[in-house]
Design a protein around this ligand. Structure first.
Ligand SMILES: NC(=O)C1=CN([C@@H]2O[C@H](COP(=O)(O)OP(=O)(O)OC[C@H]3O[C@@H](n4cnc5c(N)ncnc54)[C@H](O)[C@@H]3O)[C@@H](O)[C@H]2O)C=CC1
Ligand SMILES: O=C(O)CCC(=O)C(=O)O
Length: 524
């Protein structure tokens, strides 16, 4: 039974895939109410209220997956989660329309002073001259960040006869052309726009993107909107521009601190605000809750996650194709680590043949996780393997080659350590499984599983017999045995597999056999 903590309020209808999964126990409680039992949860489902910090992660030692029912993951320390080997997923498009509509509603309200006029009428005033507004038609709308929400806003703006100018440094030209928008530099947007709306994530590059310097480049009388994340428009910097009238008005759904503590900002008559309501519609809440609930439920049913922040995205079909290579590479990593038995500085992986059609970065992660598992006393998986390798100073890289060594596919790994280099090659044979076909240049063929013994020796009569006798005397049954040599009387290797693990003392006895150069026990 897996335990899932849902720590923010969420649509129960949306959570149905979790509630109906018989393998899951769902607890819907605030994080502070479960402080004593944090270690027992396998999954955490949040909206934006729960702050998933390094400290919280270190207390949730069993955690495998964090699901954000929404888009922005800035309330989650993704780097720390990755380090702890915890998958982070989100619901990337469940609230796009709601947020785009809310932004548009805010824009119309802003230029027509609807919130202010509403308060005035409710105060029994009838003050028509104070609330003369501006038409949207014909105005230049600047959209900063042209992803899902930005694009939906552009569609609506065009229906209102607005001219749309977009700044997004990561926008592929083809997509922009398809959407028929005017692609600009940031400077151009700032210069031309009558209304500017921001729709980027909050990152180190977008924090304060509209600060003192860039605000000074905007048109006098510009209207600003932030329905993305507090801080993209610098709250303190904009105060001066509101005071001077350079910024004619501002609509905010999000704040640097929520609820907002910057009273000066929200007290401006020309600033209108909502309490982070962009995604607060029945439809969006149902969408995001059911998107993440399905993903988490699938994850515990052994299926791949499709919208992970810290793993390459993969459909079920693609995952099924990758999985055998992933398993093979993980075993290869385990073999490399145990055969090397010394610090490793560099690992290079070469893919050849049919495997190169797949997402090899995921297979590389498998290899690194296998390699690190026997070396580090922490959870290592495909999520954190690359990050931890870097932290340990292990440089790694993968490349593609046309040489398959006669197989339909091959994965070759070269690990460089302090005193030696180790090379291993594997291949996957459909319906037969992964095979190791070369070790340090010796041709060999064995299935990477179980309890193995790797012996390097000199190719001389009697060595194999002596090994067999010692094992037999110790009641150890050899399940399979592979030998390989490059030339008669030269260096040779043996790879033996056993039905059960061999005792340490047997290894010591074997080491004393003349002509045995090196011996390594490998557990897979
Ligand atoms: N108010 C609310 O309730 C909600 C707020 N949001 C916020 O809206 C943001 C955008 O959401 P989506 O459109 O779904 O995300 P998205 O990922 O589809 O789009 C973000 C766009 O920003 C662009 N971008 C990134 N860095 C940039 C930079 N330095 N300058 C200009 N553009 C940059 C990206 O290339 C991307 O096209 C989310 O990150 C989230 O923080 C999302 C949903 C609800
Ligand atoms: O209502 C919420 O959970 C916030 C939505 C949001 O800001 C997001 O999805 O990024």
């Amino acid at each position: 039974m897996f335990h899932v903590l849902v720590s923010d309020s969420m649509s129960n209808e949306g959570l149905a895939p979790l509630l109906e999964n018989p393998h899951l126990q769902i607890i819907q409680k605030n994080i502070n109410e479960v402080s004593e039992s944090l270690h027992q949860y396998d999954a955490l489902v949040v909206r934006s209220a729960t702050k998933v910090t390094e400290d919280l992660l270190s207390k949730m030692s069993n955690l495998k997956i964090i699901a954000r029912a929404g888009v922005g993951v800035d309330n989650i320390d993704v780097e720390a989660a990755t380090k702890h080997g915890v998958i982070v997923i989100n619901a990337p498009d469940g609230n796009t329309i709601s947020t785009a509509e809310h932004t548009f509603a805010m824009m119309a309200s802003l230029v027509r002073h609807i919130p202010q006029a509403n308060i005035s009428v409710k105060s029994r005033e009838w003050n028509r001259s104070s609330y003369v507004g501006t038409e949207l038609a014909g105005k230049h709308l600047g959209i900063i960040g042209f992803g899902r929400i930005g694009s939906e806003i552009a569609k609506r703006a065009r229906a209102f006869d607005m001219q749309v100018h977009v700044f997004d440094p990561f926008l592929p030209k083809t997509r922009a052309e398809k959407l028929g928008v005017d692609i600009c530099t940031l400077e151009e947007v700032l210069k031309i726009a009558d209304i500017i709306t921001v729709h980027t994530p909050l990152t180190k590059d977008t924090k304060g993107l509209l600060g003192k310097e860039n605000l000074a480049k905007t048109k006098k009388g510009v209207y600003l909107l932030n329905c993305a994340r507090g801080g993209i428009i610098d709250e303190n910097a904009v105060i001066h521009f509101l005071e001077s009238g350079h910024v004619a008005g501002m609509a905010l759904d999000v704040f640097e601190i929520e609820p907002p503590t910057n009273q000066r900002l929200i007290e401006f008559e020309q600033v209108i605000a909502t309490p982070h309501l962009g995604a607060s519609t029945k439809e969006a809440q149902l969408n995001v809750a059911s998107q993440v609930a399905r993903e988490v439920s699938d994850f515990f049913n052994g299926k791949p996650v499709t919208s992970s922040i810290n793993l390459p995205a993969m459909s079920k079909d693609v995952y099924e194709k990758i999985q055998p290579y992933y398993e093979l590479s993980k075993k290869m990593g385990l073999i490399v680590s145990q055969c090397m038995n010394e610090p490793v500085q560099e690992i290079s992986i070469t893919y050849a043949g049919s495997v190169t059609d797949l997402e090899t970065s995921f297979i590389t992660r498998g290899l690194l996780s296998g390699f690190l598992t026997t070396r580090i006393d922490t959870t290592i998986n495909e999520v954190n393997a690359a990050m931890i390798s870097k932290e340990l100073g292990i440089t790694f890289g993968d490349k593609v080659s046309s040489n398959t060594y006669g197989y339909s596919n091959s994965i070759t790994v070269v690990a460089i350590g302090e005193t030696k280099t180790f090379e291993i090659r594997g291949t996957y044979v459909a319906h037969y499984g992964g095979r190791i076909v070369s070790l340090n240049g010796f041709n060999i063929d064995f299935s990477p599983e179980g309890n193995l013994l790797y012996i390097q020796h000199t190719d001389r009569p009697g060595v194999i017999g002596k090994v067999g006798n010692i094992l037999g005397d110790n009641e150890i049954n050899i399940a399979t045995m592979q030998v390989g040599r490059k030339e008669m009387g030269g260096e040779a290797i043996m790879m033996l597999s056993f039905d059960k693990p061999i005792q340490e003392n047997v290894g010591h006895v074997l080491k004393n056999v003349g002509d045995i150069v090196n011996i390594r026990k490998i557990d897979l």
